[in-house]
Design a protein around this ligand. Sequence first.
Ligand code: SF4
Ligand code: SF4
Length: 221
Amino acid sequence: MIVARRKPFDEIKGSVSGAEQVLILGCGTCVAVCLAGGEKEVAILASQLKMALRLENQNVRIDELTIERQCDREFIEEINTRVTVDDYDLILSMACGAGVQLLSDVFDHKVVLPALNTTFIGVAEGPGVWTERCRACSNCILGVTGGICPITMCAKGLVNGPCGGAINGKCELDYNRACAWAMIYERLQKLGKMENVRKIQPPRRHDLATSPALVIHKAYQ
Ligand code: SF4
Ligand code: SF4
């Protein structure tokens, strides 16, 4: 899932300054799960903004709406069946950066502003805790590394074994974190796949991860 965090309140308040009608638009998928931009967070931000702007004698109408996904045109098209987008001076999107961009494309005559900072692709470790797991490198080597991503988990992104600086299995750049390659070694031992540590990975395919990436499924070509 995509993990994101809400921007500092003062930054958000500053970004809506001067507008008279604002739509806060939540996204019901990843950012709802990580408690950053779902229906509940939309309601909290709307209340905070209303209160803060009223205290400054700013008369701003703030409406709330949450759709299933802002990264999918099908759901974005629903918006105008529930509100009239042209009524608003700006849309404050509580989606990840992909959602904000698609919204800006679809409503390219409207100001669309991000209310979140998109952080990473990760997993839920427990209540309120998410960790990064994937950098979307377009050439996954988890099959060789026992399901642990060295590009994400190693501070140097090394794909061919450790740098040699680890002490007691901790990363030389942060002794509070496990060395990714120590973890990979242990995992491969557990899997009986120690031969994998001798498999040399070719140089990273940075050409595959050029931006902006494009994927067209074969069935749709
Ligand atoms: S190897 Fe690449 S695709 Fe696989 S988890 Fe790591 S960054 Fe993601
Ligand atoms: S100590 Fe391990 S995790 Fe840290 S940079 Fe070196 S190989 Fe990567």
